[in-house]
Design a protein around this ligand. Structure first.
Ligand code: TRP
Length: 368
């Protein structure tokens, strides 16, 4: 193939690229502080299960902060992405509503945000066709996140959708011309792919007559500086391992799960992430909930041992989550309201998608 297909997607999680993304994220934060109206955020989640505190500290909190800073926020509920690595959609309807309730409960403002499942936006999905013409199977196969996701499925063969979903994700981002995508570092290869597609579209198919700017802006990742919290057993947090606290759990369920958390046999509590990772992780959880320093909390507990540590963690979590859980329960009981929010988001997303499609058809001379 030609040079226009050369890119180094496989390097996008390298150390150099990561520190570049971090430096860029700092610059973007300064830009937001100056003029939030320059930015449109799009980010989202796959509706595969209930959101938990890992999502809260890793991304949800940051989205709420950006929205409150005045950045326009679009949230995609990536329902088609559910079937990239499994056979069925599962209880998809319940999960979409539950995800929406989680978003609103943590503080996303439904009056300002555009929240939509991408299956409901035809013009978004239709971008997949021209976008697929701009990528090669070789570069998709090199995508490290796709590779990791394939590995995680065991011996499942690669489906066409798993291979190409980064292109569909580019459509999620580009259809609404988002220029800012707050994500974790596992999503950096997808962002690089979206930029490559935006550039190639412009150089290959051009622009509507007289347009000064490319149709699609180059979207930048905004890496959240949040530390990764591990599960209650000190391993990677995941719903399937039962080592996390879901936002919708009760205070009692939380207490029970924290009681089972892994600690060590040393009585004095110290914050030592390298030497005592499980204890340090619990301290970090309490610290994030209280917005304080984990070492200070360790000093306060001192000789109180694991029992006191767990009590502190439980109380911190339950205090942080109480208002979120209350709002979540109210919302879950009011499906009419949730449906209305979703319909509004779907309508707005479709307006935008149709406007973008009109430009795309003009650029591609497909106007008949
Ligand atoms: N792939 C993302 C994840 O698993 C979810 C997602 C779908 C997304 N579309 C997106 C994230 C667009 C950012 C932008 O977390």
């Amino acid at each position: 193939m030609t040079n226009s297909f050369e890119s180094d997607l496989e390097n996008s999680t390298s150390d150099a690229s990561l520190s570049h993304s971090r430096a860029l994220s700092e610059k973007i934060e300064a830009g937001i502080a100056k003029d939030p109206s320059e930015f449109r955020v799009l980010t989202g989640d796959r509706p595969t299960g209930n959101l938990h505190i890992g999502h809260y500290f890793g991304s949800l909190r940051n989205r709420v902060r950006l929205q409150r800073a005045g950045v326009e926020t679009w949230l995609v509920i990536a329902d088609f992405q559910v079937i990239t690595d499994r056979d069925g959609v599962g209880p998809i309807r319940e999960r979409v509503y539950s995800l929406l309730a989680d978003y609103l409960a943590v503080g996303i403002d439904p009056e300002k945000a555009v929240i939509f499942p991408h299956s409901q936006v035809e013009g978004l999905n239709q971008l997949l066709l021209p976008f697929l013409s701009l990528v090669t199977d070789a570069e998709l196969r090199r995508n490290p996140t796709v590779k990791a996701e394939l590995d995680a499925t065991g011996n499942r063969p690669m489906s066409g959708l798993l291979l190409t979903y980064p292109v569909h994700q580019a459509a999620d981002i580009l259809f609404c011309k988002a220029n800012l995508v707050p994500v974790g570092k596992d999503q950096l290869p997808h962002l690089e792919q979206a930029r490559v597609i935006a550039d190639r579209f412009d150089s290959r198919y051009g622009r509507p007559a007289g347009a000064e700017k490319p149709i699609f802006p180059r979207p930048q990742a905004l890496l959240s500086e949040a530390e990764t919290v591990l599960g209650l057993d000190g391993t990677k947090m995941s719903k399937s391992k039962g080592n996390t606290i879901e936002l919708g759990m009760t205070a009692d369920q939380t207490a029970k799960l924290v009681k089972k958390a892994v600690t060590d046999s040393e009585r004095t509590i110290t914050y030592d992430p390298a030497g005592r990772p499980e204890v340090a992780n619990l301290l970090l959880l309490a610290a994030l909930c209280q917005d304080r320093d984990p070492s200070t909390i360790a000093d306060e507990i001192g000789n109180g041992g694991a029992g006191t540590l767990k009590k502190v963690v439980t109380e911190s979590l339950n205090e942080l989550l109480a208002p979120i859980r209350e709002r979540r329960a109210e919302l879950a009981a009011n499906e009419d309201y949730l449906r209305e929010v979703l319909q509004r988001g779907i309508e707005r997303a479709n307006e935008q998608a149709e406007a973008t499609q009109a430009e795309v058809r003009e650029a591609m001379n497909m106007v008949y």
